[in-house]
Write a protein that binds this ligand. Structure first.
Ligand SMILES: [Zn+2]
Ligand SMILES: [Zn+2]
Length: 483
Protein backbone atom coordinates (compact mmCIF):
# COMPACT_ATOMS: atom_id res chain seq x y z
CA UNK A 1 0.00 0.00 0.00
CA UNK A 2 1.39 3.38 -0.98
CA UNK A 3 0.63 6.29 1.31
CA UNK A 4 -0.49 9.40 -0.51
CA UNK A 5 -0.26 12.91 0.88
CA UNK A 6 -4.04 13.35 0.72
CA UNK A 7 -5.51 14.83 3.89
CA UNK A 8 -9.01 14.05 5.15
CA UNK A 9 -10.40 17.43 4.15
CA UNK A 10 -9.26 16.89 0.59
CA UNK A 11 -10.63 13.33 0.58
CA UNK A 12 -14.04 14.72 1.52
CA UNK A 13 -13.87 17.30 -1.29
CA UNK A 14 -12.94 14.57 -3.77
CA UNK A 15 -15.65 12.17 -2.65
CA UNK A 16 -18.38 14.80 -2.67
CA UNK A 17 -17.70 15.88 -6.24
CA UNK A 18 -17.23 12.36 -7.53
CA UNK A 19 -20.55 11.23 -6.09
CA UNK A 20 -22.30 14.03 -7.96
CA UNK A 21 -20.69 13.32 -11.35
CA UNK A 22 -22.65 11.69 -14.14
CA UNK A 23 -19.55 11.18 -16.30
CA UNK A 24 -17.38 8.17 -15.62
CA UNK A 25 -14.03 9.90 -15.61
CA UNK A 26 -12.48 12.66 -13.58
CA UNK A 27 -10.53 15.66 -14.84
CA UNK A 28 -7.86 17.32 -12.73
CA UNK A 29 -6.67 20.54 -14.33
CA UNK A 30 -3.77 22.92 -13.84
CA UNK A 31 -2.32 25.73 -15.86
CA UNK A 32 0.95 27.29 -17.02
CA UNK A 33 1.99 30.16 -19.21
CA UNK A 34 4.88 29.18 -21.43
CA UNK A 35 6.54 32.57 -21.11
CA UNK A 36 9.57 31.52 -19.07
CA UNK A 37 10.84 28.89 -16.68
CA UNK A 38 10.67 30.27 -13.15
CA UNK A 39 12.30 28.93 -10.00
CA UNK A 40 10.95 26.15 -7.79
CA UNK A 41 8.32 28.14 -5.91
CA UNK A 42 5.56 27.69 -8.48
CA UNK A 43 5.86 23.91 -8.57
CA UNK A 44 3.69 23.20 -5.57
CA UNK A 45 0.37 23.31 -7.40
CA UNK A 46 1.50 20.73 -9.97
CA UNK A 47 2.88 18.36 -7.36
CA UNK A 48 -0.31 18.61 -5.31
CA UNK A 49 -2.45 18.09 -8.42
CA UNK A 50 -0.29 15.13 -9.41
CA UNK A 51 -0.56 13.54 -5.97
CA UNK A 52 -4.33 13.92 -6.22
CA UNK A 53 -4.31 12.28 -9.65
CA UNK A 54 -2.19 9.38 -8.40
CA UNK A 55 -4.50 8.94 -5.42
CA UNK A 56 -7.65 8.97 -7.58
CA UNK A 57 -6.12 6.43 -9.96
CA UNK A 58 -5.22 4.21 -7.01
CA UNK A 59 -8.89 4.35 -6.06
CA UNK A 60 -9.86 2.97 -9.46
CA UNK A 61 -10.95 6.16 -11.25
CA UNK A 62 -10.00 6.99 -14.80
CA UNK A 63 -8.44 10.39 -14.26
CA UNK A 64 -7.35 12.88 -16.88
CA UNK A 65 -4.56 15.16 -15.79
CA UNK A 66 -4.59 18.27 -17.98
CA UNK A 67 -2.12 21.10 -18.08
CA UNK A 68 -3.52 24.08 -19.94
CA UNK A 69 -0.85 26.32 -21.43
CA UNK A 70 -1.95 29.92 -21.98
CA UNK A 71 0.29 30.09 -25.03
CA UNK A 72 -1.84 32.79 -26.63
CA UNK A 73 -1.09 35.25 -23.81
CA UNK A 74 1.05 38.25 -24.70
CA UNK A 75 4.71 38.25 -23.64
CA UNK A 76 5.73 40.96 -21.20
CA UNK A 77 9.18 42.42 -20.63
CA UNK A 78 9.65 40.97 -17.15
CA UNK A 79 8.97 37.46 -18.43
CA UNK A 80 11.35 37.97 -21.35
CA UNK A 81 14.19 38.99 -19.03
CA UNK A 82 13.83 35.84 -16.93
CA UNK A 83 13.32 33.68 -20.02
CA UNK A 84 16.63 34.65 -21.60
CA UNK A 85 18.58 34.77 -18.30
CA UNK A 86 19.00 38.53 -18.63
CA UNK A 87 21.09 38.07 -21.77
CA UNK A 88 21.35 41.65 -23.05
CA UNK A 89 21.68 40.66 -26.67
CA UNK A 90 18.60 38.46 -26.62
CA UNK A 91 16.61 41.07 -24.71
CA UNK A 92 17.51 43.66 -27.33
CA UNK A 93 16.56 41.28 -30.13
CA UNK A 94 13.29 40.09 -28.60
CA UNK A 95 11.84 43.13 -26.87
CA UNK A 96 10.02 44.05 -30.06
CA UNK A 97 7.89 40.92 -29.56
CA UNK A 98 6.56 42.02 -26.16
CA UNK A 99 2.78 42.35 -26.39
CA UNK A 100 2.49 39.58 -28.98
CA UNK A 101 1.04 36.11 -28.29
CA UNK A 102 3.78 33.71 -27.13
CA UNK A 103 2.92 31.26 -29.83
CA UNK A 104 3.59 33.80 -32.61
CA UNK A 105 7.08 34.71 -31.37
CA UNK A 106 10.16 32.84 -32.63
CA UNK A 107 12.11 30.63 -30.21
CA UNK A 108 15.01 32.71 -28.73
CA UNK A 109 17.10 29.54 -28.63
CA UNK A 110 16.14 28.57 -32.18
CA UNK A 111 15.41 24.93 -31.36
CA UNK A 112 11.59 24.89 -31.41
CA UNK A 113 8.84 26.09 -33.70
CA UNK A 114 7.98 29.02 -31.42
CA UNK A 115 8.77 30.80 -28.19
CA UNK A 116 5.89 29.08 -26.39
CA UNK A 117 6.85 25.65 -27.77
CA UNK A 118 10.34 26.10 -26.31
CA UNK A 119 9.23 26.98 -22.79
CA UNK A 120 6.33 24.55 -22.84
CA UNK A 121 8.86 21.83 -23.53
CA UNK A 122 11.16 23.02 -20.74
CA UNK A 123 8.29 23.12 -18.28
CA UNK A 124 7.12 19.63 -19.28
CA UNK A 125 10.64 18.24 -18.89
CA UNK A 126 10.96 19.77 -15.46
CA UNK A 127 7.60 18.38 -14.35
CA UNK A 128 8.46 14.99 -15.72
CA UNK A 129 11.70 14.98 -13.70
CA UNK A 130 9.45 15.28 -10.63
CA UNK A 131 7.32 12.39 -11.82
CA UNK A 132 4.51 14.78 -12.79
CA UNK A 133 3.26 13.58 -16.15
CA UNK A 134 0.50 15.67 -17.65
CA UNK A 135 -1.44 15.89 -20.87
CA UNK A 136 -0.79 19.31 -22.37
CA UNK A 137 -3.66 21.41 -23.70
CA UNK A 138 -2.40 24.30 -25.79
CA UNK A 139 -4.76 27.25 -25.66
CA UNK A 140 -3.54 28.58 -29.02
CA UNK A 141 -4.75 25.32 -30.52
CA UNK A 142 -8.02 25.61 -28.60
CA UNK A 143 -8.64 29.03 -30.21
CA UNK A 144 -7.28 28.11 -33.61
CA UNK A 145 -9.21 24.84 -33.97
CA UNK A 146 -12.59 26.40 -33.25
CA UNK A 147 -13.00 24.67 -29.89
CA UNK A 148 -13.80 28.05 -28.29
CA UNK A 149 -16.00 29.37 -31.12
CA UNK A 150 -19.26 28.83 -29.21
CA UNK A 151 -17.94 31.15 -26.50
CA UNK A 152 -16.79 33.73 -29.06
CA UNK A 153 -20.39 33.85 -30.24
CA UNK A 154 -21.54 34.51 -26.66
CA UNK A 155 -18.87 37.14 -26.00
CA UNK A 156 -19.59 39.13 -29.17
CA UNK A 157 -23.35 39.02 -28.84
CA UNK A 158 -23.48 39.68 -25.10
CA UNK A 159 -20.51 41.96 -24.57
CA UNK A 160 -22.43 44.69 -22.76
CA UNK A 161 -24.37 42.20 -20.69
CA UNK A 162 -21.15 40.54 -19.55
CA UNK A 163 -19.62 43.91 -18.66
CA UNK A 164 -22.75 44.91 -16.75
CA UNK A 165 -22.82 41.59 -14.91
CA UNK A 166 -19.21 41.97 -13.74
CA UNK A 167 -19.67 45.59 -12.70
CA UNK A 168 -22.74 44.71 -10.72
CA UNK A 169 -21.49 41.54 -9.09
CA UNK A 170 -17.86 42.51 -8.55
CA UNK A 171 -17.82 46.31 -8.24
CA UNK A 172 -14.18 46.52 -7.16
CA UNK A 173 -12.98 44.35 -10.03
CA UNK A 174 -12.08 45.99 -13.30
CA UNK A 175 -11.84 43.74 -16.34
CA UNK A 176 -9.11 45.07 -18.61
CA UNK A 177 -10.58 43.73 -21.81
CA UNK A 178 -13.37 41.25 -22.43
CA UNK A 179 -11.71 40.26 -25.68
CA UNK A 180 -8.14 40.90 -26.81
CA UNK A 181 -8.18 41.12 -30.60
CA UNK A 182 -4.98 40.39 -32.49
CA UNK A 183 -3.83 43.26 -34.68
CA UNK A 184 -3.89 41.86 -38.24
CA UNK A 185 -1.01 44.19 -39.17
CA UNK A 186 1.56 43.86 -36.36
CA UNK A 187 0.29 40.87 -34.30
CA UNK A 188 0.08 42.85 -31.09
CA UNK A 189 -2.52 41.78 -28.53
CA UNK A 190 -1.46 44.20 -25.86
CA UNK A 191 -1.94 47.38 -27.88
CA UNK A 192 -5.30 46.64 -29.46
CA UNK A 193 -8.88 47.54 -28.64
CA UNK A 194 -12.24 46.89 -30.18
CA UNK A 195 -13.50 50.23 -31.44
CA UNK A 196 -16.91 49.11 -32.64
CA UNK A 197 -19.00 46.07 -33.47
CA UNK A 198 -21.38 46.60 -36.36
CA UNK A 199 -23.28 43.45 -37.25
CA UNK A 200 -20.62 40.98 -38.33
CA UNK A 201 -17.87 43.56 -38.65
CA UNK A 202 -15.49 44.28 -35.84
CA UNK A 203 -13.26 47.33 -35.99
CA UNK A 204 -9.89 47.01 -34.27
CA UNK A 205 -7.56 49.86 -33.45
CA UNK A 206 -3.91 49.25 -32.61
CA UNK A 207 -1.79 51.80 -30.78
CA UNK A 208 1.39 49.90 -31.60
CA UNK A 209 1.32 50.22 -35.40
CA UNK A 210 -1.32 52.98 -35.35
CA UNK A 211 -3.59 50.95 -37.63
CA UNK A 212 -7.33 50.67 -37.88
CA UNK A 213 -8.62 47.35 -39.29
CA UNK A 214 -12.00 45.77 -39.79
CA UNK A 215 -12.42 41.97 -39.56
CA UNK A 216 -15.50 39.77 -39.58
CA UNK A 217 -16.56 37.92 -36.46
CA UNK A 218 -15.80 34.58 -38.12
CA UNK A 219 -12.26 35.63 -39.04
CA UNK A 220 -11.20 37.63 -35.99
CA UNK A 221 -8.21 36.28 -34.08
CA UNK A 222 -7.53 36.99 -30.44
CA UNK A 223 -8.30 35.71 -26.97
CA UNK A 224 -10.80 36.24 -24.18
CA UNK A 225 -9.96 38.21 -21.08
CA UNK A 226 -8.39 35.96 -18.43
CA UNK A 227 -11.48 35.25 -16.32
CA UNK A 228 -13.63 34.47 -19.36
CA UNK A 229 -10.90 32.29 -20.82
CA UNK A 230 -10.85 30.36 -17.53
CA UNK A 231 -14.63 29.91 -17.46
CA UNK A 232 -14.66 28.69 -21.07
CA UNK A 233 -11.78 26.28 -20.49
CA UNK A 234 -13.55 24.74 -17.47
CA UNK A 235 -16.60 24.01 -19.61
CA UNK A 236 -14.80 22.76 -22.70
CA UNK A 237 -12.52 20.40 -20.79
CA UNK A 238 -14.89 19.59 -17.89
CA UNK A 239 -12.45 20.39 -15.08
CA UNK A 240 -13.51 18.69 -11.83
CA UNK A 241 -10.62 19.68 -9.59
CA UNK A 242 -7.98 22.38 -9.80
CA UNK A 243 -5.42 23.69 -7.29
CA UNK A 244 -5.70 27.35 -6.29
CA UNK A 245 -3.77 29.52 -3.88
CA UNK A 246 -5.54 32.08 -1.72
CA UNK A 247 -5.05 34.95 -4.18
CA UNK A 248 -7.33 33.21 -6.67
CA UNK A 249 -10.05 32.75 -4.09
CA UNK A 250 -10.51 36.36 -3.01
CA UNK A 251 -14.30 36.94 -2.97
CA UNK A 252 -14.05 40.38 -4.64
CA UNK A 253 -11.37 40.04 -7.28
CA UNK A 254 -10.20 36.39 -7.24
CA UNK A 255 -10.04 34.63 -10.59
CA UNK A 256 -11.78 31.53 -9.27
CA UNK A 257 -14.76 33.38 -7.86
CA UNK A 258 -15.30 35.63 -10.89
CA UNK A 259 -14.76 32.86 -13.45
CA UNK A 260 -17.23 30.66 -11.56
CA UNK A 261 -19.92 33.36 -11.71
CA UNK A 262 -19.24 33.94 -15.41
CA UNK A 263 -19.36 30.20 -16.07
CA UNK A 264 -22.71 29.85 -14.30
CA UNK A 265 -24.25 32.85 -15.98
CA UNK A 266 -22.91 32.57 -19.54
CA UNK A 267 -20.74 29.60 -20.44
CA UNK A 268 -22.29 26.37 -19.22
CA UNK A 269 -22.01 26.39 -15.45
CA UNK A 270 -19.08 24.06 -14.80
CA UNK A 271 -16.43 25.02 -12.26
CA UNK A 272 -13.86 22.74 -10.65
CA UNK A 273 -13.68 22.06 -6.93
CA UNK A 274 -10.89 23.93 -5.22
CA UNK A 275 -7.77 22.13 -4.06
CA UNK A 276 -6.38 24.93 -1.95
CA UNK A 277 -2.65 25.15 -1.41
CA UNK A 278 -0.30 27.49 0.44
CA UNK A 279 2.44 29.51 -1.19
CA UNK A 280 6.09 28.53 -1.14
CA UNK A 281 8.35 31.32 0.09
CA UNK A 282 12.12 31.26 -0.01
CA UNK A 283 15.10 33.55 -0.26
CA UNK A 284 16.68 34.34 -3.61
CA UNK A 285 19.77 32.32 -2.74
CA UNK A 286 17.74 29.12 -2.70
CA UNK A 287 16.22 29.75 -6.12
CA UNK A 288 17.14 27.08 -8.65
CA UNK A 289 19.17 25.11 -6.06
CA UNK A 290 16.45 22.70 -4.95
CA UNK A 291 15.79 20.87 -8.20
CA UNK A 292 19.42 19.87 -8.78
CA UNK A 293 19.99 19.02 -5.08
CA UNK A 294 16.99 16.94 -4.12
CA UNK A 295 15.79 13.64 -5.55
CA UNK A 296 12.18 13.80 -6.65
CA UNK A 297 10.66 12.02 -3.67
CA UNK A 298 12.40 14.37 -1.23
CA UNK A 299 11.39 17.41 -3.26
CA UNK A 300 7.80 16.19 -3.51
CA UNK A 301 7.47 15.43 0.19
CA UNK A 302 8.62 18.95 1.12
CA UNK A 303 6.04 20.50 -1.18
CA UNK A 304 3.21 18.11 -0.30
CA UNK A 305 3.20 18.47 3.45
CA UNK A 306 0.62 20.72 5.15
CA UNK A 307 -1.09 21.48 1.87
CA UNK A 308 -2.94 24.66 2.85
CA UNK A 309 -0.13 26.28 4.82
CA UNK A 310 2.36 28.67 3.34
CA UNK A 311 5.83 27.18 3.66
CA UNK A 312 8.98 29.22 4.09
CA UNK A 313 11.98 27.25 2.94
CA UNK A 314 15.40 27.80 4.47
CA UNK A 315 18.62 25.82 4.22
CA UNK A 316 18.02 24.41 7.70
CA UNK A 317 14.54 23.23 6.80
CA UNK A 318 15.75 21.58 3.63
CA UNK A 319 18.51 19.72 5.49
CA UNK A 320 16.01 18.63 8.15
CA UNK A 321 13.67 17.33 5.45
CA UNK A 322 16.47 15.26 3.91
CA UNK A 323 16.94 13.57 7.29
CA UNK A 324 13.26 12.68 7.46
CA UNK A 325 12.76 11.48 3.93
CA UNK A 326 13.76 7.92 3.05
CA UNK A 327 15.38 7.12 -0.27
CA UNK A 328 15.20 3.36 0.25
CA UNK A 329 14.22 0.88 2.98
CA UNK A 330 17.33 1.67 4.98
CA UNK A 331 18.28 5.29 4.52
CA UNK A 332 17.25 8.86 4.62
CA UNK A 333 18.64 11.00 1.82
CA UNK A 334 20.91 12.70 4.35
CA UNK A 335 22.29 9.32 5.50
CA UNK A 336 22.84 8.37 1.92
CA UNK A 337 24.80 11.54 1.15
CA UNK A 338 26.95 11.35 4.26
CA UNK A 339 27.74 7.63 4.33
CA UNK A 340 27.27 5.95 0.97
CA UNK A 341 27.80 8.65 -1.58
CA UNK A 342 31.58 9.13 -1.22
CA UNK A 343 32.06 5.43 -1.89
CA UNK A 344 29.49 5.12 -4.64
CA UNK A 345 31.26 7.89 -6.47
CA UNK A 346 34.40 5.74 -6.37
CA UNK A 347 32.54 3.08 -8.29
CA UNK A 348 30.78 5.14 -10.88
CA UNK A 349 30.77 2.22 -13.24
CA UNK A 350 29.37 -0.21 -10.75
CA UNK A 351 26.52 -2.35 -12.10
CA UNK A 352 24.20 -1.01 -9.40
CA UNK A 353 24.43 2.45 -10.84
CA UNK A 354 22.99 1.36 -14.12
CA UNK A 355 19.54 1.77 -12.65
CA UNK A 356 18.09 5.24 -12.86
CA UNK A 357 17.23 5.57 -9.22
CA UNK A 358 20.88 5.13 -8.23
CA UNK A 359 22.12 7.59 -10.82
CA UNK A 360 19.48 10.05 -9.70
CA UNK A 361 20.60 9.73 -6.09
CA UNK A 362 24.25 10.05 -7.00
CA UNK A 363 23.78 13.18 -9.09
CA UNK A 364 21.46 14.96 -6.66
CA UNK A 365 23.49 13.84 -3.66
CA UNK A 366 26.71 15.35 -5.01
CA UNK A 367 25.02 18.69 -5.64
CA UNK A 368 23.25 18.59 -2.27
CA UNK A 369 26.52 17.95 -0.43
CA UNK A 370 28.18 20.92 -2.11
CA UNK A 371 25.20 23.26 -1.94
CA UNK A 372 23.78 22.52 1.48
CA UNK A 373 26.49 20.72 3.44
CA UNK A 374 29.25 22.89 1.90
CA UNK A 375 31.53 20.02 1.06
CA UNK A 376 32.69 18.34 -2.06
CA UNK A 377 31.96 14.70 -2.45
CA UNK A 378 35.02 13.52 -4.24
CA UNK A 379 36.37 10.02 -4.19
CA UNK A 380 38.17 9.93 -0.88
CA UNK A 381 41.42 8.11 -1.23
CA UNK A 382 43.89 8.26 1.63
CA UNK A 383 46.68 10.81 1.39
CA UNK A 384 50.17 9.57 0.69
CA UNK A 385 51.66 10.98 3.88
CA UNK A 386 48.96 9.19 5.83
CA UNK A 387 49.79 5.91 4.10
CA UNK A 388 53.47 6.37 4.91
CA UNK A 389 52.79 7.00 8.56
CA UNK A 390 50.49 4.01 9.16
CA UNK A 391 51.49 1.87 12.09
CA UNK A 392 51.65 -1.78 11.27
CA UNK A 393 49.38 -3.03 14.05
CA UNK A 394 46.58 -0.75 12.86
CA UNK A 395 47.14 -1.89 9.30
CA UNK A 396 46.98 -5.55 10.23
CA UNK A 397 43.84 -5.10 12.28
CA UNK A 398 42.20 -3.10 9.49
CA UNK A 399 43.06 -5.78 6.97
CA UNK A 400 41.59 -8.32 9.35
CA UNK A 401 38.32 -6.39 9.66
CA UNK A 402 38.05 -5.71 5.94
CA UNK A 403 38.65 -9.34 5.09
CA UNK A 404 36.00 -10.34 7.59
CA UNK A 405 33.53 -7.84 6.05
CA UNK A 406 34.22 -9.16 2.55
CA UNK A 407 33.61 -12.76 3.62
CA UNK A 408 30.57 -11.78 5.64
CA UNK A 409 29.02 -9.82 2.78
CA UNK A 410 29.54 -12.70 0.39
CA UNK A 411 27.95 -15.11 2.85
CA UNK A 412 25.00 -12.87 3.82
CA UNK A 413 24.31 -10.60 0.85
CA UNK A 414 20.84 -9.53 2.00
CA UNK A 415 21.47 -8.92 5.67
CA UNK A 416 19.82 -6.04 7.51
CA UNK A 417 21.93 -3.34 9.10
CA UNK A 418 21.01 -4.37 12.66
CA UNK A 419 22.13 -7.94 12.14
CA UNK A 420 25.29 -6.80 10.40
CA UNK A 421 26.17 -4.45 13.27
CA UNK A 422 25.61 -7.24 15.79
CA UNK A 423 27.85 -9.66 13.89
CA UNK A 424 30.51 -6.99 13.50
CA UNK A 425 30.57 -6.28 17.23
CA UNK A 426 30.84 -9.95 17.99
CA UNK A 427 33.70 -10.29 15.53
CA UNK A 428 35.56 -7.33 17.05
CA UNK A 429 35.11 -8.76 20.53
CA UNK A 430 36.19 -12.27 19.53
CA UNK A 431 39.23 -10.88 17.73
CA UNK A 432 40.06 -8.60 20.67
CA UNK A 433 40.16 -5.53 18.45
CA UNK A 434 39.54 -2.35 20.44
CA UNK A 435 37.43 0.23 18.61
CA UNK A 436 38.89 3.11 20.61
CA UNK A 437 42.33 2.83 19.02
CA UNK A 438 41.50 1.46 15.63
CA UNK A 439 38.39 3.31 14.53
CA UNK A 440 40.01 6.78 14.47
CA UNK A 441 42.64 5.27 12.16
CA UNK A 442 39.98 3.90 9.79
CA UNK A 443 38.16 7.22 9.87
CA UNK A 444 41.33 8.89 8.65
CA UNK A 445 41.72 6.24 5.98
CA UNK A 446 38.19 7.03 4.74
CA UNK A 447 38.53 10.79 5.37
CA UNK A 448 35.32 10.36 7.30
CA UNK A 449 34.20 12.92 9.80
CA UNK A 450 32.88 12.23 13.29
CA UNK A 451 29.18 11.58 13.70
CA UNK A 452 28.74 9.00 10.98
CA UNK A 453 28.92 5.52 12.51
CA UNK A 454 31.65 3.45 10.94
CA UNK A 455 29.56 0.30 11.20
CA UNK A 456 27.10 1.98 8.86
CA UNK A 457 29.80 2.81 6.37
CA UNK A 458 31.09 -0.78 6.54
CA UNK A 459 27.57 -1.99 5.94
CA UNK A 460 27.18 0.09 2.80
CA UNK A 461 30.64 -0.37 1.35
CA UNK A 462 30.46 -2.49 -1.74
CA UNK A 463 32.84 -5.37 -2.29
CA UNK A 464 34.57 -3.37 -5.00
CA UNK A 465 35.34 -0.54 -2.58
CA UNK A 466 36.57 -2.99 0.03
CA UNK A 467 38.91 -4.63 -2.47
CA UNK A 468 40.19 -1.18 -3.42
CA UNK A 469 40.95 -0.28 0.20
CA UNK A 470 42.53 -3.67 0.83
CA UNK A 471 44.80 -3.09 -2.11
CA UNK A 472 45.71 0.44 -1.03
CA UNK A 473 46.67 -0.43 2.53
CA UNK A 474 48.34 -3.69 1.71
CA UNK A 475 50.66 -2.05 -0.80
CA UNK A 476 52.91 -0.13 1.61
CA UNK A 477 53.48 -3.28 3.65
CA UNK A 478 54.16 -5.60 0.77
CA UNK A 479 56.10 -3.32 -1.49
CA UNK A 480 59.72 -3.13 -0.67
CA UNK A 481 62.12 -0.59 -2.17
CA UNK A 482 63.49 -1.49 -5.54
CA UNK A 483 67.02 -2.83 -5.35
ZN1 LIG B 1 13.83 25.84 -28.28
ZN1 LIG C 1 -0.79 46.79 -34.86
Amino acid sequence: MIDYFIDDELKTILEKRISSLSKKYITVGTGITSSHLGDERNLREFIIADETVKYLRSQGYNTLFLLNDDSYDPLNFRQLRVAVNKDEMLIEKYKKYCGMPLTLIPDPYECHASYSAHFQNEILNRLSSLDVNVCIVDSSASYESGLYDFAKEIVFTKMEEIEGFCKNRFPTYKMKKIYWPLCPQCHSLEATNIKSIKGDDIEIICSNCKSDSTVTRGKIKGKFGGKIDTAVKWNVFHFDFEPFSKAYLDPDVGTYVIAKSLSEKFFGGNAPEIIEYGQVLMGKTLSYTLLPSLPKNVFRSIFLQKRKRDITLTEGKIIQATKECAVDEKNSFYDYVTTRLPHEILEGLDYKLVNRHSIDLLLHGSVFAKQFLKRDVLPKLPQENFLNSMDSQAVHQTLHIFNWIVDHKIEYPNETYDLFAKSLNKFLKDSEIGKANLFPFIRKLFSLEEGIPLSRVFFFLSLQSLYAYLFIIERPIKSSPHP
